[in-house]
Ligand binder design. Structure first.
Ligand SMILES: [Zn+2]
Length: 605
């Protein structure tokens, strides 16, 4: 009975859709996502299609998506995948890999139906999807990354598509997709659809125009202390600053979609990290509504917006057109993430949002964080092995070492050009030469970069981007009239153990970085932290145990037990005098050259 009813309903719905297919387009794809009755924690997806050919017989969900540089395998979350012909008869659809379904007689397919579990609270182990690339169904909001739920038929990644979302009538929906006025959002291709996340729920909203860009802010937050109006103030500053850096308005509209969650939700979903993911006309944030989130929001808004430059408008042929099926690495993440992160800091300094001292403090923090990562792997090597699970945790270093490398590249370019042309200027020239639809050659890019700058830059690339030579902070900041001090005793007298704690994709607390002392004590990066001071450490207990370490004295010994491949490994560490590291201090007497170079460095030329 139920099945019969389903078919009748399907036929009815299908009849309604036939009129939507324009006669001129032989193949059409229309998606419907129903989350009206979201209590079952599932996205109910229907895909209507007409005119498929035999070669379009595979339906693909992404193995990875732009900007995440990780294996996500969204096919894992799909349930009850079924295909039907126009008479409502089921057509055989076989799952042939984690993310692919092969459909028999594809030319008869009129409809696909399947359900998708949300990634936030999934029980599927391993490869936890980072929240800003995932999906979350909750009582008051839904985070919907379209690529996590919708796929494309083989060979049809570039055809126009439509999508209808059935959601609660009292909710607000935020997206950069264009609404066609008749119930559908339209996209010129699957790529554009995938590039357009959706946030819906009980949201606060605000809009304004900044330098010809229509800006929308959509915010879900557990209480009204965080709201769209407040966020818009930050967005306004960030966009003014980036407009000065870019020199023109790169888009006509842009939306910040932001989902703030309380600590309990973070813990319940096993999120240790959060952040944002960039898109061409929006960025999606999943962010803590606790702790010192405000400073992070500003920096991340700057970072995500600047991604409009790279990789969105300056990228290698490897990532555009994007291969959703086979994760394929480009060696230029130093550019996509490192230069973007550098730009988002330096543009704030150059527009006066932060002082030069604050800029150096950020630089110092980045160097300190990068100390916890491997120094025997170059930025290009890290790029190329980014989909290798063993390297995943090293990825964070692009935001640190990558950005610091870009800082030095900028100084070197300014020096070589007598303060005429820094990294920003070279970067903007390259953007003009390439753009959204013109990729650069993966293998030729460094050569092109050297040709459009100075022969000396080849050494810089070989030493510090392709190579692993220690970065020459001291020598470079001296050109700006700054001293670099590697380490000195801190004025903060509290002792420290120096643990850097992160989380792996099994939601275990792990050593995210190890110092030389820890290495000597037998610890390795990635070891799961089992016990400290005899107490078992979990996400829940960590907040109670870690302050006990701070109350110890210099020289006290701390026993830590980690687990590596299930084996318990005990280690003894010693509480140390707190040290300040990577300090930048202004020199007292500057030469004319230093004055001039600093002057150029603090400006968008
Ligand atoms: Zn980024």
């Amino acid at each position: 009975m139920k099945k019969t009813l389903l078919i009748i309903l399907s036929l009815y719905v299908l009849a309604g859709h036939s009129a939507l297919f324009a006669a001129s387009d032989p193949i059409e794809v229309i998606y419907e996502i129903n989350v009206k009755n979201y209590q079952d924690d599932l996205f109910h997806v229907t895909v209507y299609t007409e005119g498929l050919k035999e070669e379009n017989n595979i339906y693909n969900l992404p193995a990875t998506v732009p900007g995440t540089y990780s294996n996500l395998n969204f096919g894992r979350f799909v349930q009850d995948f079924k295909a039907y012909d126009k008479n409502g008869n089921e057509i055989k659809a076989e799952k042939i890999s984690t993310n692919q379904w092969k459909i028999e007689n594809a030319n008869n397919v009129a409809m696909l139906k399947y359900k998708v579990e949300d990634t936030f609270d999934t029980e599927i182990p391993d490869q936890k999807v980072i929240p800003m690339a995932g999906t979350g169904i909750n009582d008051d909001f839904i985070v919907l990354n379209t690529f996590a739920v919708l796929g494309y038929f083989e060979g049809l990644q570039t055809i126009p598509v439509k999508v209808k979302i059935d959601y609660r009538s009292d909710w607000t929906l935020g997206t950069s997709l264009t609404y066609d006025g008749s119930g559908y959002y339209i996209a010129e291709s699957y790529d554009q659809l995938a590039d357009s996340p959706i946030l819906m729920g009980l949201l606060s909203t605000a809009s304004t125009t900044v330098n010809d860009i229509n800006v929308g802010v959509y915010v879900y937050a557990p209480d009204t202390s965080i709201n769209a109006k407040k966020i818009m103030k930050v967005a306004d500053e960030v966009l003014q600053s980036s407009a000065e850096f870019i020199g023109y308005s790169p888009v006509t509209n842009y939306n910040f979609l932001m989902c703030f969650l309380d600590q309990q939700s973070f813990m319940a979903n096993g999120f240790m990290g959060a952040g944002a993911l960039e898109h061409s006309y929006s960025s999606l944030f999943v962010y803590p509504a606790f702790g010192n989130y405000a400073a992070g929001v500003k920096d991340d808004m700057a970072h995500e917006f600047l991604h409009i430059l790279t990789p969105l408008n300056l990228h290698s042929e490897i990532i555009e057109p994007f291969n959703f099926v086979v994760p394929t690495a480009s060696e230029h993440i130093w550019l996509y993430e490192g230069v973007t992160e550098w730009g988002s800091d330096i543009m704030q300094m150059r527009s006066g949002l932060i002082s030069v001292d604050e800029y150096f403090k950020k630089l110092s923090d980045k160097i300190t964080i990068s100390d916890g990562f491997r120094n025997d792997i170059s930025l290009t090597e890290l790029s190329e092995s980014v989909y290798n699970e063993a390297i995943t945790m090293e990825f964070i270093n692009f935001y640190n070492k990558g950005a610091v490398t870009a800082t030095l590249l900028d100084i070197r370019l300014l020096e070589l050009s007598d303060g005429e042309r820094g990294l920003r200027e070279v970067f903007l020239e390259l953007l003009e030469r390439y753009g959204k639809y013109k990729s650069f050659s993966e293998d030729e890019f460094f050569k092109i970069f050297v040709e459009s700058t100075y022969p000396e830059i080849e050494d810089f690339i070989n030493n510090y981007i392709k190579g692993t030579k220690p970065l020459p902070y001291k020598e470079y900041v001296a050109m700006l009239g700054y001293n670099y001090i590697a380490e000195r005793i801190s004025e903060d007298k509290r002792p420290q153990l120096g643990l850097q704690i992160g989380m792996n994709d099994k939601q275990e607390l792990v050593l995210a970085g190890v110092t030389d002392d820890m290495r000597k004590a037998g610890l390795q990066k990635g070891d799961a932290i089992y016990k400290i001071l005899g107490e078992e450490v979990t996400i829940q207990s960590a907040n109670a145990i870690l302050p006990k370490i701070s109350s110890l004295s210099v020289g006290d010994s701390v026993e830590i037990i980690v687990k590596r491949d299930g084996v318990e490994i005990p280690a003894k560490l010693t509480m140390k005098q707190r040290m300040d590291r990577h300090i930048f201090e202004e020199m007292s007497d500057l030469t004319e050259d230093q004055k001039n170079l600093r002057d150029a460095w603090t400006k968008n030329l």
